[in-house]
Design a protein around this ligand. Structure first.
Ligand code: AMP
Length: 144
């Protein structure tokens, strides 16, 4: 399965981004309101400056307490982001996620962000694929 197929199967394929300068407190509000685990830091929603996930927020809260909430997201975001392309195979992306211990990967096309896939998206797509394979095999055995 390709990354492009996973993006197509997602109900909402837009990427939720926040501009640099956004506070960590505001990022936590957006993560909570949108029920997502990571935000891309981007000025225009297309270029990629970094990624901030709930883990970054929780780690900083644990370290410094509420004092961190007024700081800008750049202070804790990951700037060296692993990305993938629409033509990448999903299992390869899953391997990179597992090896790098992160659960979100922005999808880039000609230097612009066109989507984001999470480990949950990849697992769901794989389970759907397995279920279709099972139905097809059952159909063959039962002669449908
Ligand atoms: P996550 O598992 O996605 O919540 O992220 C765990 C850690 O990896 C956090 O420090 C994130 O900032 C970082 N991270 C998330 N996604 C990526 C990515 N695609 N490339 C590099 N680091 C990432």
């Amino acid at each position: 399965m390709l990354v492009s197929q996973i993006l197509k199967s997602k109900k909402d394929d837009g990427v939720v981004s926040i501009p640099p300068g956004t506070t960590i407190g505001r990022a936590a509000e957006v993560l909570s309101a949108r029920r997502i685990g990571a935000l891309v830091v981007s000025t225009d929603g297309k270029g990629l400056l970094g990624i901030i996930s709930e883990r970054d927020v929780v780690r900083e809260l644990g370290r410094r307490g509420a004092a961190c909430l007024g700081d800008a997201v750049e202070t804790i975001m990951t700037a060296k982001v692993t990305t993938c392309s629409l033509e990448d195979r999903a299992d390869g992306v899953l391997t990179r996620m597992t090896a790098g211990r992160f659960r979100h990967v922005p999808v880039m096309e000609m230097g612009q962000m066109v989507g984001l896939i999470s480990i949950g998206d990849v697992v769901k797509a794989r389970l759907d694929e397995l279920s279709m394979e099972k139905d097809a095999l059952e159909g063959m055995i039962k002669g449908f």
